[in-house]
Design a protein around this ligand. Sequence first.
Ligand code: BGC
Length: 483
Amino acid sequence: MVSFVEQAALNREKLLQGISPEILRQVEKFEFLFTISAEKLKEITAHFVTELAKGLSKQGGNIPMIPGWVLELPTGNETGDYLAIDLGGTNLRVVLVKLLGGSKFETVQDKYALPDNIRTAKSEDLWAFIADSLKAFVIKQYPNKPSHALPLGFTFSYPASQDAINEGILQRWTKGYDIEGVEGKDVVPMLQKALSDRDVPIDVVALINDTTGTLVASAYTDPETKMGLIFGTGCNGAYYERVADIPKLEGRLGKDIDQNGLMAINCEYGAFDNEHVILPRTEYDIQIDAESPRPGQQSFEKMISGYYLGELIRLILLELHSEGVIFKGQDNTKLSEPFILDTSAPAISETDSTPEFSEIESLIKNKLGINTTLDERKFIRRLSELIGNRAARLSVCGIAAICKKRNYETGHCAADGSVYNRYPGFKERAAQGLRDIFDWTVEPKDYPIVITPAEDGSGAGAAIIAALTEKRLAAGLSVGVGK
Ligand code: BGC
């Protein structure tokens, strides 16, 4: 059987047959810029490990390494009804989770489409929208009103500092969000107030990052779970760290917190290498950063996550058009529009199996109003492969770094998110990247560290965390600094 890498080389050769020397030169230029060798992956991973430790230290570092105040591993026997919400890129998802014990759960959910331009709305509008959606959900699910306030786990997928499980001070917006008046503030009282103003009987008991939810939900059903990962609009990971290895919490913990116990850490490793010492940033990555609402932040995320992959292609196509290399004599008005291409553009380009790439042809025609030649379509195909492959290979440096930090030689890394679930070839490329870092010589089916599809982190995970929190509170145990 030909290996994944051999197959990719064969595909490349076939694709580039008969292509003009001018376009071939461009292909080779971008192959050089976007290919990341095994050596480079190892270097990045080694630096990543030191950065994880730095983030846990008293002085801190680029990677926030936020203690998540989840102090237990779920047993699988947690039970009860919980609400969970997750503010995603296009929808607010509201979920009623029934934890049944025996590692089982059931969910009922509704999605509420985010209003247009919510990414730049006013703070009040955001909380009003969430509270109104929750109200509608509760009325639908409990026509006779619930008998008691419903506990809610709030999945908030942005870097939020937590000195306790029921707070989250937004450090900064990511993924193109830019809502004024929220950064630097605790988001839990804002949501709680909007709920109280509308008489919605809900108690926000826990604020959870999506990665922490993914970690806990997957650990509920699979004890081999070592971390929770999101490869989607943004990217990030969470894992359980030994409390004794979190120096920044020293002297700040209640006596009942066991130093030999574990605490979930929301790494926020999208911020890896914000100081630009190791990642091979191209001029296009630099431009994406410079033109984003938060330049200098989320350097790693901006190279690999779904929010940026289409934009990366657009910037390259725009440059080549302005140099007169492609789309000769055609109007670039649409191509000049930031974020007009989303991740579906490289994804469609990578899966187009028609002989003359007619799917790429319609994509570029419909989105950009541009007619393409076969050579241009071949270039777009190859560029998409390069960008997709780079994203997958860089993505696994975070996984490898956590494994090295915690000395994990085997285990499951539970992953979720649109890029992991839907981007073609991501899973195979990620596995290959891990192989390159760890020098495994066994067959892919025997790789000891495996990226597995996660359980529903922002639904079940948030609910399980809410349940674990209620249990600790009922037993008089702490769930935060001084709480
Ligand atoms: C956020 C993280 C989140 C990740 C995946 C990043 O932009 O900062 O909190 O976990 O996206 O959703």
